[in-house]
Design a protein around this ligand. Structure first.
Ligand SMILES: C[S@@+](CC[C@H](N)C(=O)[O-])C[C@H]1O[C@@H](n2cnc3c(N)ncnc32)[C@H](O)[C@@H]1O
Length: 535
């Protein structure tokens, strides 16, 4: 095309109508090929724009414009196909030709938003905004506002799901920014390789990590398990879901060197003693690491082991799926930093799932330097049953609670014996909570039945029981629901007849179970929705 800028312009005109057809029919690869042919026909990037190759004095500028346009269009579709590295290269080339090419600046801002690099995205979008002659570009204004909101959120982790809840979860699921709180990876005290630790004291309900799934698969599984996060089993639906997750992870690992590298930091179950301790910084989306320089090969066997050990089921005793409407749907996914969290029978954290995001939050107050733990299996059970679950997971839990109960190896069957023992032995604080948590099924039976009238006064009221259990083993949704049912007995919805002091307590308990993610007003709606679902 040398010597004929007019020919390039003509080809670009023809391309546009063909490209529009391909966009409508979603033939993305053909769309990319179309612009690739145009770009190489222009002999880009070898072309020299100072060549006096045409009689048109505006020739170089026109050619530059056409090339920028082609590169930014190809970048946008590559971004759509999640081929972010190639999309960013296209943007870079276009911006070298014209640093003020508005469409490319917007496209790059969009890609960086997809990659959760919020402050870089804001920079590019602000530059695009500055080129706007008037401020009536609503698309760009909204994009910039979104980038700035996410940037602010990623600094604090503060989230508010109130509007979504007040809408009865009918609206769009809120977008949450990536957030890494005051945490670090260290050798685990629990004895299972590495673990995630706090570097500051954390109040119950506060977010520790908020992160998007590396991959997630959803399906309808009538036999969705509630016990922990292991995802495979003999149910054919489960296998379909598993295959979907495996397919997606290989696709992501092939396309993205960052994903490949970070996958290899996760445990495989082999060689836990000499295992590397990664810095949490490498999990930040905007870390300055040049991932392309990390030449990690695709290791199928290793990735399968990583998935097997680290995938989590959204539905679990230690997790809440926000806005879930279909009881039978089940999600399985992989999230990087939460994969470093070990199990404890007196855990201090829980998961909240919002769309594909996982919010790991404190489920009781956590001291600085404490290991962050969740329950892999139901911990509202006696020691012997927890041991069975622990064995199935391939480790022996030796947390503070297991050690306390092992030292007492008792055979208690009735809650009255527990309460007698609590009194007799002068058990206080956490120890009292440990025992009550172990025999929760007996308490819950009594709270749920007519027997409460008979035994009333000999066991603590629901709120006190929940406080005792939560302070020892963290928030639990089943206990919370018993408290809520009690407070809603008047049938007039939540809040009527609840004393301010009770409301204070319930708010604190709810934060331990669901995290600090909603305002008071939304909390009432949320409780009502929750109870309507379970009643
Ligand atoms: C998702 S990984 C947790 C992070 C892992 N410790 C690491 O180094 O990456 C799950 C594995 O950690 C180990 N683990 C978790 N909790 C444990 C505990 N309480 N005691 C011993 N090992 C534990 C088990 O090997 C388990 O299969």
């Amino acid at each position: 095309m040398k010597g004929s800028v007019a020919a390039a312009e003509e080809e670009m005109r023809k391309l546009r109508s063909r490209a529009t057809e391909l966009l409508l029919t979603e033939e993305w690869n053909e769309y990319i090929n179309l612009y690739s042919r145009f770009i190489s026909n222009c002999r880009f990037p070898q072309i020299c724009f100072n060549d006096d190759n045409d009689n048109d004095p505006d020739g170089p500028a026109k050619l530059r414009r056409a090339l920028c346009c082609a590169l930014s269009k190809r970048a946008a579709v590559r971004c759509r196909l999640r081929d972010y590295s190639a999309a960013l290269i296209d943007c870079e080339l276009a911006l070298q030709l014209d640093p003020a090419h508005q469409k490319t600046l917007i496209c790059k801002g969009n890609i960086l938003l997809d990659l959760h690099c919020y402050s870089h995205a804001s920079d590019y979008l602000s530059r695009a905004m500055a080129l706007q002659a008037n401020d009536n570009n609503a698309y760009l204004s909204n994009l910039l506002a979104r980038a700035q909101k996410l940037e602010a959120q990623s600094r604090t982790g503060a989230i508010d799901l109130s509007d979504w809840i007040l809408d009865g979860f009918d609206g769009k699921c809120p977008e949450l920014a990536e957030f890494i709180g005051p945490v670090e990876i260290r050798p685990s005290a629990a004895g299972g390789g590495r673990g995630l630790f706090t570097t500051k004291s954390i109040e119950a309900g506060m977010p520790l990590v908020i992160t998007e799934a590396v991959v997630i698969g959803r399906g309808i599984l009538p036999e969705a398990s509630a016990d922990g996060g292991r995802v495979y089993g003999d149910v054919s639906g489960r296998m379909v879901l598993w295959k979907d997750v495996v397919g997606k992870i290989f696709d992501a690992a092939k396309k993205c060197s960052r994903t490949r590298f970070l996958l290899y930091t996760l445990a495989t179950g082999d060689n836990e003693s000499g295992i590397e301790i990664p810095q949490v910084e490498i999990f930040r989306s905007d870390s300055a690491i040049n991932w392309e320089s990390k030449e990690e090969k695709l290791d199928v066997g290793r990735i399968l082991k990583v998935l097997d050990l680290n995938c989590l089921a959204e539905e679990s005793v230690s997790a809440k799926v926000m806005g879930k409407k279909k009881a039978l749907t089940c999600g399985v996914g992989l999230w990087f930093l939460p994969s470093f969290v070990n199990h404890s029978c007196c855990p201090n954290a829980r998961r909240l799932h919002v769309g594909g995001r996982l919010v790991l939050h404190a489920s009781r107050d956590i001291d600085a330097g404490e290991e962050i733990t969740v329950a892999y299996y139901d911990v509202l059970r006696p020691l012997s049953e927890r041991r069975e679950s622990s064995k199935r997971w391939g480790f022996l839990c030796s947390c503070e609670r297991c050690r306390f109960e092992e030292a007492r190896e008792m055979e208690l069957v009735d809650f009255l014996e527990i309460e007698d023992m609590v009194r007799r032995c002068g058990l206080k604080g956490k120890e009292k909570g440990f025992l009550r948590a172990s025999f929760w099924s007996t308490y819950s039976y009594v709270y749920d039945s007519e027997r409460l009238k008979k035994w009333g006064g000999r066991i603590p009221a629901e709120i006190s029981m929940a406080e005792s259990i939560f302070d020892a083993v963290g928030g639990d949704e089943r206990v919370m629901k018993i408290v809520l049912r009690r407070l809603m007995k008047n049938g007039r919805g939540f809040g009527h007849g609840v004393l301010p002091v009770e409301m204070e307590k319930v708010t604190r308990l709810a934060r331990m179970v669901y995290g600090k993610v909603m305002k008071r007003q939304a909390m009432k709606t949320f409780f009502e929705l929750e109870l309507a679902e379970t009643c």
